[in-house]
Ligand binder design. Structure first.
Ligand code: SAH
Length: 450
């Protein structure tokens, strides 16, 4: 490590910024996150900096730069826009023995500013010692998605309660108290926006000496999206991070599971179209049993849990057992398929409604009425339909669909083995039978307006 990360105490200290243009404004924005007194040294200030001065957030000095102005400064930033001038000012600052950062001149920097993920007072600083700023930004984006926006205010609450916990909760129970605080109901409540109730919950637990009635866990039916892990929602990632146990389907990409906590249990329930390795009843049973043990359960489903995912059954069993359950929506595979095809599901003047249907129903149930779904102006997205493509094509052709209606099939959308077939309604059955269309796939049939 050529640079060592440290958190500097900034409250009430001076930060000197030499320069009055956008570069100085950038450094000021960064320093405004702290409680430092910002002093701007420049003949003139650009409007944003001038506004900071008039609001009393910074002070401005137009006079000469001398070593004395740097004395005792916590940090000095130099960025006048002229590298030669910056180098001279750097020499003056070094006479005062302070920590200096000269913009765009790494050899003159005692310190560099990291990429920050700011959940004040929780702060993550990322540095690459100048080797790969783009990588630092990429890591920042990943960490941003991992940390809930409400984490900072909850950490601040925890900070305010530390003394009370030290007084009332016996030492051997404190660790457990904090572990529960950061993953249990108080945190969930705070994250949901109810700060006051969350604070009361923690206060009550502290009052009781850190002893709680064991809580029931919660169940989240989480949409894992079509495959690519960056198509998960931020909320889905948050739930994965909180989960003690994750029950996941066959179609969930292993990459997505990496977003969960390392110590979370992962259980493959191996649900396949039409052939369930685990019967649904068993899945309902185990997710509820885990929640009753006090675990935070994630039931991870491909795409959007509310589409062809048997979420209703899981929700009603959970609710019947008095367990809180929520759906976290996901990107459904029809949307992913359209994106892979580089076209929209609705096209102005051509298709004005989208029907999502399935080729596979409960054993013994009647087929969906596909014939009524392909009206003029429709895009019909068929899930679990590869095995029934011949029946579906026949039905659609017998009920107004013409052989030249466009058909596009996307299998394994957004996975590494994604494949696309472009055909027509007249040729659909042959295409599926002979061209090696593999599941999971979405079949999109379009019947434009005439
Ligand atoms: N809830 C899921 C659908 C589950 S049913 C969703 O919203 O996407 C399973 C069917 O979804 C598969 O048979 C297939 O038709 C479709 N599917 C799931 N993942 C897919 C993918 N990556 N590419 C194409 N189709 C997919």
């Amino acid at each position: 490590m050529k640079s060592f990360p440290m958190f500097l105490t900034m409250a009430g200290r001076r930060v000197v910024i030499v320069g009055g243009d956008e570069t100085a404004a950038q450094k000021s924005r960064l320093m405004l996150k702290t409680e430092a007194a910002i002093e701007l040294f420049a003949p003139a200030l650009e409007p944003e900096l001038a506004a900071l001065v008039s609001q009393g957030r910074a002070s401005h000095y137009a006079g000469p730069i001398t070593p004395a102005i740097f004395k005792d400064a916590a940090l000095v930033f130099i960025g006048t826009g002229c590298p030669a001038v910056d180098a001279c000012i750097h020499a003056l600052a070094k006479e005062a023995g302070v920590v200096v950062n000269v913009v765009d001149q790494p050899h003159l920097c005692d310190a560099t500013t990291p990429s920050l993920v700011d959940r004040d007072p929780v702060v993550v600083a990322i540095g690459t010692e100048g080797t790969a700023p783009v990588l630092a930004r990429k890591i920042k984006t990943e960490v941003e998605t991992m940390l809930d926006p409400r984490l900072g205010s909850f950490a601040a609450l925890a900070g305010r309660l530390r003394d009370a916990v030290a007084m009332r909760v016996p030492k051997e129970m404190r660790r457990d108290f904090w572990r529960r605080a950061f993953s249990g109901t108080a945190w969930q409540t705070h994250r949901g926006g109810d700060d006051e109730t969350a604070a009361k919950m923690l206060a009550a637990e502290i009052e009781a000496g850190g002893i709680t009635v064991p809580e029931k866990g919660r169940i989240a039916l989480v949409g894992a999206g079509p495959g690519a892990r960056d198509l998960l929602t931020l909320r889905a990632v948050a739930r994965l991070q909180e989960a003690d146990i994750i029950y996941y389907d066959r179609l969930v990409d292993p990459d997505v599971l990496e977003l969960a906590r390392r110590d979370a249990e992962r259980v493959f329930v191996g649900k396949e179209v039409g052939a369930h390795s685990w019967p649904q009843e068993k899945i309902n049973e185990v997710i509820v049993a885990s929640a009753l043990e006090g675990k935070n359960v994630v039931r991870l489903k491909s795409g959007d849990p509310s589409l062809f995912g048997r979420s209703t059954e899981e929700m009603s069993v959970a609710k019947g057992a008095g367990i809180e359950v929520e759906i976290v929506p996901g990107v459904t595979s029809a949307s992913a398929a359209a994106a892979s095809l580089g076209r929209a599901l609705t096209e102005r003047g051509q298709t004005d409604h989208v029907v999502l249907s399935t080729g596979t129903c409960r054993p013994g149930a009647t087929d969906p009425v596909w014939g009524r779904m392909l009206n003029e102006g429709a895009t019909l997205a068929l899930y679990m339909a590869v095995n029934r493509a011949d029946d579906i094509a026949e039905t659609l052709l017998a009920s107004g669909g013409t052989p030249d209606c466009t058909v596009e099939i996307v299998s394994n959308a957004t996975h590494a083995n994604e494949a696309i077939w472009r055909t027509s309604l007249g040729d659909l059955a042959r295409c599926v039978a002979e061209d090696g269309v593999t599941s999971p796939a979405i079949i999109l049939v379009r019947r434009p307006k005439s």
